[in-house]
Design a protein around this ligand. Structure first.
Ligand code: PMP
Length: 430
């Protein structure tokens, strides 16, 4: 594969951007590659600056559930841009998207728009702390909630990929207020609340973990979080930055039938533009400034282009049968991958729900951070490179999800399966 233009750009980028990238996992270090620079993308296809085209399984890490450059989303952005790109004042599109979100998720009466998932989770814990007058945040090992100081404790995503537990620059004084415990471990959760319940402001969780690879909540886990937090006046936050509008129109909370106190959303709700939100019941959300005392603000928040993209996206997702069809495709892909791995004798644990999945190179089961870490990352790196050479663009880390989009057609799935079959066979012959 000719990658001369990417190689040249990467060398230039490293001189002006740390590591040559604006988000660490993009550097592809864990899979032993240099990044390919993207020229353009349409549907499920992504093309690099050397003209190589790949079937994209990353979907911009989740937002592009309709595929890249969906014509209606692009048209909405164009129409809106012609009327101005930012006002620093309220505009009608914000109200429309807020209403769409509140009608989609039963736990939302009100939402506040921000510009990234990190801002949403950071603001949600501030609100929870203000509401309870307590400081401790409980999170789960391997979950990722953005890069705010409080969350960089045994976090997932790029921190697992780079093998670092936290980050320098985060004061101990802040980290001492974060307690991270194993996902799916009900006894440890109950014990933590039993010991420190009176100090805990909130419990934040990815209702389906996507940032240590996909890990599903075991029966009873989310239910226990709900009942135990409610009993102690602790705010339960579902971080649905990935799962919102991915697992169902109403997110994981609708799929599992559990209402958190606060929800964070991002990715899909902006149609591929930078937007996120946090929301919940009126009594809590009315504590946010200017209605209440909890300060949170943003120059570009509620940006009209992002709102227009989000509104168009959500309307398309609301069409009958959308999620059923996507899920059926994901199911066929997952079954096909599992069959091929088995035939080749590759140890593979495939965790999937809806259109998000991870192939762990491990005998499994993968149910938490420790079991995720048993995956063979060298094998994943070889698989990644083989798939890339065969025209398939996977996430450059074992500990991330694949995201299927409506733009993936049967012929694309077949190509993915054919490439995986070759890769799996070769993996066992090294
Ligand atoms: N929460 C979750 C569950 C996420 O997956 C992410 C990002 N992948 C974030 C929060 C942070 O979002 P952002 O990268 O937009 O800051």
């Amino acid at each position: 594969m000719n990658t001369a233009n990417s190689v040249r750009l990467f060398a230039k980028a490293r001189a002006s951007i740390p590591g040559g990238v604006n988000s660490p996992v993009r550097a592809c270090r864990a899979v032993g590659c240099d990044p390919l620079f993207v020229q353009k993308a349409a549907g499920c296809l992504i093309t690099d600056v050397d003209g190589n085209t790949f079937i994209d399984m990353v979907s911009s890490w989740g937002p592009l559930i309709l595929g890249h450059a969906h014509p209606e989303v692009v048209a909405a952005i164009r129409r809106t841009a012609a009327l101005g790109t930012s006002f620093g004042a309220p505009s009608p599109l914000e109200v429309e998207l807020a209403e769409l979100l509140c009608s989609a998720l039963p736990s939302l009466d009100m939402v506040r728009f921000v510009n990234s998932g990190t801002e949403a989770t950071m603001s949600a814990i501030r609100l929870a702390r203000a509401h309870t007058g307590r400081n401790i945040v409980v999170k789960f090992d391997g979950c990722y909630h953005g890069h705010a100081d409080s969350f960089l404790v045994r976090a997932g995503s790029g921190l697992i990929t780079l093998g670092i537990p936290g980050s320098p620059g985060v004061p101990d004084d802040i980290v001492k207020n974060t307690v991270s415990i194993p996902y799916n471990d009900i006894p440890t959760f109950k014990a933590t609340l039993g010991e420190r319940g009176g100090e805990i402001a909130c419990v934040i969780v990815e209702p389906v973990a996507g940032n240590m690879g996909v890990v599903l909540p075991e029966p009873g886990f989310l239910e226990t979080l709900r009942t135990e937090t409610a009993a102690r006046g602790i705010v339960l936050i579902f971080d649905e930055v990935i799962t919102g509008f991915r697992l169902a129109y109403g997110g994981a909370q609708t799929r599992f039938g559990i209402e958190p106190d606060l929800t964070t959303l991002g990715k899909i709700i902006g149609g591929g533009l930078p937007v996120a939100a946090y929301g919940g019941k009126q009594a809590l959300m009315n504590k946010v400034a200017p209605e209440g005392p909890v300060y949170q603000a943003g120059t570009l928040s509620g940006n009209p282009l992002a709102m227009a993209a989000g509104i168009t996206m959500l309307k398309l997702l609301h069409e009958p049968g959308f999620y059923e069809e996507l899920e059926a495709k994901a199911n066929r892909l997952a079954d096909g991958l599992a069959e091929r791995a088995q035939a080749a004798g590759v140890p593979l644990t495939l965790n999937r729900i809806g259109s998000m999945m991870t192939c762990f190179f491990s005998r499994g089961p993968v149910r938490d951070y420790n079991s995720a870490m048993t995956a063979n990352t060298d094998m994943y790196a070889r698989h990644y490179r083989s798939m890339l050479a065969d025209g398939i663009w996977l996430g450059p880390s074992q500990f991330e999800a694949f995201f299927l989009s409506a733009a993936h057609e049967e012929r694309h799935l077949q190509k993915i399966l054919d490439a995986a079959e070759r890769s799996f066979r070769n993996l066992m012959h090294v």
